[in-house]
Design a protein around this ligand. Structure first.
Ligand SMILES: *[C@@H]1O[C@H](CO)[C@@H](O)[C@H](O)[C@H]1NC(C)=O
Ligand SMILES: *[C@@H]1O[C@H](CO)[C@@H](O)[C@H](O)[C@H]1NC(C)=O
Ligand SMILES: *[C@@H]1O[C@H](CO)[C@@H](O)[C@H](O)[C@H]1NC(C)=O
Ligand SMILES: *[C@@H]1O[C@H](CO)[C@@H](O)[C@H](O)[C@H]1NC(C)=O
Ligand SMILES: *[C@@H]1O[C@H](CO)[C@@H](O)[C@H](O)[C@H]1NC(C)=O
Ligand SMILES: *[C@@H]1O[C@H](CO)[C@@H](O)[C@H](O)[C@H]1NC(C)=O
Ligand SMILES: *[C@@H]1O[C@H](CO)[C@@H](O)[C@H](O)[C@H]1NC(C)=O
Ligand SMILES: *[C@@H]1O[C@H](CO)[C@@H](O)[C@H](O)[C@H]1NC(C)=O
Ligand SMILES: *[C@@H]1O[C@H](CO)[C@@H](O)[C@H](O)[C@H]1NC(C)=O
Ligand SMILES: *[C@@H]1O[C@H](CO)[C@@H](O)[C@H](O)[C@H]1NC(C)=O
Ligand SMILES: *[C@@H]1O[C@H](CO)[C@@H](O)[C@H](O)[C@H]1NC(C)=O
Ligand SMILES: *[C@@H]1O[C@H](CO)[C@@H](O)[C@H](O)[C@H]1NC(C)=O
Ligand SMILES: [Ca+2]
Ligand SMILES: [Ca+2]
Length: 760
């Protein structure tokens, strides 16, 4: 659940309101009287026992498995979701048998549920666990029944602590920051040198053989505000000799190695799309395509323990009541198989799936209007099951999501549903999202997720998002599958009409963290703008032009229209409409003004990039949740300006912008798996939680982490990122969902941008 686009402060405040005090820093002892130095105080058992030699000893009669004899304590401590806890204890039994150790907190699953094999000599056990859900006032329980004969069990030295992160230090990497993948021979080649000197410094470029092959003087830039470091700029754009293993050296520091290659972005173009196949729901992932370590059974095809996604009900009334302040539900079930898992979680959200599918469709459509790069995206270009079906593979991938989105539509002639106190006909609207009713732990294989899957209330935002993406699908699939195109167009029109009937059904700002993200959006006029634009571009019907012209975004300035420089997102999609109106052939009357608006937005961004307080070629002045995607979405605007004008200023600016995500940043971090020397290792994902469980793989090459978040809040971030400068607020930890999650809408931004770069 990548929550990019929400105002982080609101989100944090909401979460804080539900739970009590913030996490206790450091590593306090959570269990009181775990050494039994104060008798049995705080402990309860059945049968009752007594303290002997510092251990609590209980005589357990022989009993069948499942017998509930226990030793228990409760603790007034908030087990934070996704934090890491360790429990130590020493135990023995006169009869060897297995006991169960749990933190049972009904109705939630136990955060800890492990067996301890007891023997007659005291053994020190150590168990690590990471709660999936918040558990205030949890209890710790040793379930002692099931001994084959009468036994005396003794337990002592019971200790539980949060992980201690006090030794953590940010790794800034070498002071010379480069794009660790490299540079295009005919592109800009800029590096950033962090230095305390206020003068320019000499630098030398070395090739892999150690020969100096270029040199120059850096130019002093001054304070980079986002990192709070003084920096100089090294520009070696004139050097164009292809090769690998280049390094830059200045002031006794040496950069990580990089390449200069015309094919620089070809592998990354493929890998950034591969991420989507591996996020697919409803299909087995084929190890012969992506590697045996990534093979997995089909997720959420209603095979136990899965409870979805073929026959999915609406949210249970007791849950919806707290989200909507009224008991919303529906009386049908839907088959909502397929789609991509959103992010680190396994929910499926129409608005976020929509922007992701749209960017893949746009990556393909660009090849039709620029007449370049189509073979790179054709049939057979991706390692997916549909690689030989006559349809370009990037379209097959996008269709996996569009199919799901169309299934999220409320059936025609359905029973009225409760909204704002009255029963209304929601036919044709799209449910905002479907996901588990509670969080699952990391890792969780999708086929093993036992939670109830639920449809959430339809929203105008989701309905319009469906209309926009289905209209794009209708247009782009028309040459390949006219039946599918016709179905998609009918869906787009019916969704658009339903949104016009119900223009203000908003997703609530919070739904209390019950197993999924809120994806709330209080402004749907941008979604109206996008849907009208796409249906117009597909049909040429002037009716939709009239809707465009009466939309507030039609007369908005470019900073509002394109969400610059903050970056457009799943909740602010007017930019997508404007980019398509500018690039996709149509007879729209004010076309040159639309093109000019893209150029103007790009100029705003270039002003940000060239500002003297910006040492890293960034198009952002703020670093929100998922900042890497905001920057990439800004690059998409600048790159489109390059496509529209052929002006090399935009091309050069866009290419420089990409360097950031591949290591030209304050912490020398390549945020892309598989690329760069210091690359992200431990993304937050139930599929890729290798850091918590060796049996689970790391994320595949081409997966993008969310990146620096100046309002980061999660267990590791709360501990280690206090007071960080915005661009350095990143921790490569599996539990840092606010800086290190992966998400389909982030990888789609990456995919479009590197697809563009690969064509340069
Ligand atoms: C010891 O246990 C007694 C009885 O439960 C309790 O009142 C007292 O506060 C405890 N003392 C300490 C130091 O925990
Ligand atoms: C567990 O076993 C004990 C001893 O046999 C018995 O008294 C108790 O009722 C059993 N409890 C359950 C829930 O079976
Ligand atoms: C706890 O673990 C036991 C033993 O492995 C297992 O039988 C049981 O289903 C688990 N309970 C839950 C709620 O996961
Ligand atoms: C835990 O329970 C105690 C006593 O019942 C209460 O005072 C305390 O506020 C509770 N703590 C939390 C985190 O709910
Ligand atoms: C558990 O035991 C290990 C080994 O003695 C120790 O390093 C660790 O700090 C202990 N953890 C807790 C929570 O007591
Ligand atoms: C700059 O100076 C500060 C304070 O003296 C020092 O901690 C830091 O390492 C220096 N940075 C570089 C790149 O030399
Ligand atoms: C920026 O760095 C300076 C010098 O290292 C330090 O004194 C100052 O507190 C920092 N400012 C911020 C906002 O971190
Ligand atoms: C839903 O309710 C309507 C009206 O009460 C009824 O006609 C219809 O059969 C119900 N549908 C289902 C799937 O229960
Ligand atoms: C909800 O109902 C109230 C009272 O009828 C009305 O004033 C308000 O506009 C409605 N809100 C929405 C979003 O439809
Ligand atoms: C653009 O319009 C918004 C909303 O009306 C306004 O807040 C902002 O200041 C305007 N920006 C510029 C650069 O005119
Ligand atoms: C633009 O209008 C002309 C004349 O009506 C038509 O032939 C052409 O197909 C239209 N182009 C597009 C892209 O709709
Ligand atoms: C290219 O764009 C830049 C930035 O807007 C502008 O300054 C320059 O004049 C343009 N060059 C040409 C040849 O149009
Ligand atoms: Ca294909
Ligand atoms: Ca919106």
């Amino acid at each position: 659940m990548a929550r990019i686009g929400l105002i982080p402060a609101v989100l944090v405040a909401t979460v804080a309101a539900q739970v009590s005090p913030p996490a206790i820093p450091g590593s306090p002892q959570i269990i009181q009287n775990g050494a039994f130095s104060n008798g049995t105080s705080g402990w309860l058992s059945s049968p009752s026992g007594a303290v002997k030699n510092g251990m609590y000893c209980i005589d357990i009669p022989a009993s069948p498995p499942g017998n509930s004899s226990y030793l228990r304590t409760s603790y007034d401590f908030l087990e934070t979701k996704n934090d890491v806890y360790t429990l130590n204890f020493t135990a023995s039994s006169s009869v060897a048998y297995d006991i169960l150790v749990q933190t049972p907190d009904p109705p939630l699953d136990p955060n800890l549920n492990m067996t301890a094999a007891l023997t007659s000599s005291p053994y020190p056990f150590s168990m690590t666990f990471s709660p999936a859900n918040q558990a205030p006032n949890a209890s710790l329980e040793f379930i002692l029944g099931g001994s084959p004969q009468d036994a005396t069990v003794c337990i002592g030295s019971i200790s539980m602590k949060r992980i201690d992160r006090s030794g953590w230090r940010q790794d800034y990497g070498p002071p010379i920051k480069v794009n660790q993948l490299g540079y295009l021979p005919n592109g800009p080649k800029i590096a950033t040198l962090v230095s305390n000197t206020t003068t320019s410094a000499p630098w030398t470029l070395y090739n892999a053989a150690g020969d100096a092959c270029n040199n120059g003087q850096s130019s002093y830039r001054g304070l980079d505000v986002a990192s709070n470091e003084t920096v100089s700029i090294i520009d070696f754009s004139d050097f164009t000799v292809e090769g690998t293993g280049y390094t830059l050296v200045s002031e006794d520091s040496k950069s990580y190695p990089f390449s200069i290659s015309a094919a620089l972005y070809s592998d990354l173009r493929q890998d950034s799309l591969r991420f989507f196949y591996q996020q697919r729901s409803g299909i087995a992932i084929d190890g012969s395509l992506v590697g045996s370590q990534y093979a997995r059974a089909a997720g959420h095809v209603q095979v136990l323990p899965n409870k979805g996604d073929k026959v999915v009900p609406c949210q249970a009334i007791h849950d919806s009541l707290i989200a909507y302040l009224e008991p919303w539900t529906c009386n049908y079930t839907l088959d909502v198989t397929q789609g991509w898992y959103d992010a680190g979680d396994q929910g499926k959200y129409v608005v976020n799936g929509g922007i992701a599918a749209a960017q893949l469709l746009m990556e393909y459509e660009r090849t039709t209007y620029t007449k370049s790069g189509s073979t790179n995206l054709g049939d057979g270009s991706l390692r997916i099951p549909e690689r030989n079906n006559g349809i370009p593979d990037v379209l097959d991938e996008a269709r996996w999501e569009l199919d799901f989105m169309m299934k999220m539509q409320v059936p025609a002639n359905s029973t009225p549903q409760l909204f704002n106190g009255s029963m209304i006909d929601m036919s044709g609207m799209a449910h905002l999202k479907m996901h588990d009713n509670q969080w699952t732990p990391l890792p969780t294989d999708p086929s093993q997720d036992p939670k109830r899957r639920e449809l959430h209330r339809p929203s105008t935002s989701a309905t319009l998002n469906l209309a926009a993406v289905a209209a794009m699908g209708a247009r782009i699939f028309a040459p390949f599958d006219s039946t599918y195109a016709a179905k998609a167009l009918a869906t787009a029109k019916s969704a658009y009409a339903a949104a016009q009937r119900h223009p203000a059904i908003y997703a609530p700002g919070t739904d209390w963290d019950l197993g999924g993200g809120a994806y709330s959006d209080p402004d749907v006029s941008d979604e109206f703008y996008w849907a009208a634009a796409e249906i117009y571009l597909t049909t040429g019907d002037q009716k939709y032009v009239a809707d465009l012209q009466s939309n507030p975004y039609h007369s908005a300035n470019v900073t509002t229209l394109f969400s610059v420089p903050s970056g457009f997102s799943w909740a602010s999609v007017a930019a997508l409409a404007q980019l398509d109106l500018a690039t996709v052939p149509s007879n729209i009357t004010n076309h040159s003004a639309i093109v000019q608006s893209v150029v103007d937005a790009a100029d705003v961004l270039i002003t940000v990039q060239q500002n003297s307080s910006n040492g890293y070629g960034m198009f952002l002045t703020q670093y929100p949740w998922g900042s890497n995607s905001n920057n990439l979405n800004n690059i998409m605007i600048v790159a489109t300006a390059a496509d529209l004008t052929g002006n090399s200023t935009y091309r050069s600016a866009a290419l420089q912008g990409i360097d950031y995500v591949l290591g030209r940043n304050a912490i020398s971090q390549s945020y892309i798996r598989g690329y760069g020397t210091k690359q992200t290792q431990n993304v937050h994902s139930r599929l890729y939680a290798h850091e918590l469980d060796d049996r689970v793989p790391q994320a595949p090459p081409g997966s993008l982490a969310g990146g620096a978040n100046e309002a980061a809040s999660d267990p590791p971030a709360d501990d280690v990122l206090q007071g960080c400068a915005p661009q350095t607020c990143y921790v490569d930890d599996v539990n840092s969902y606010s800086t290190n999650e992966v998400a389909i809408n982030w990888n789609s931004a990456l995919a479009w941008v590197v697809g563009w770069a690969d064509s340069q």
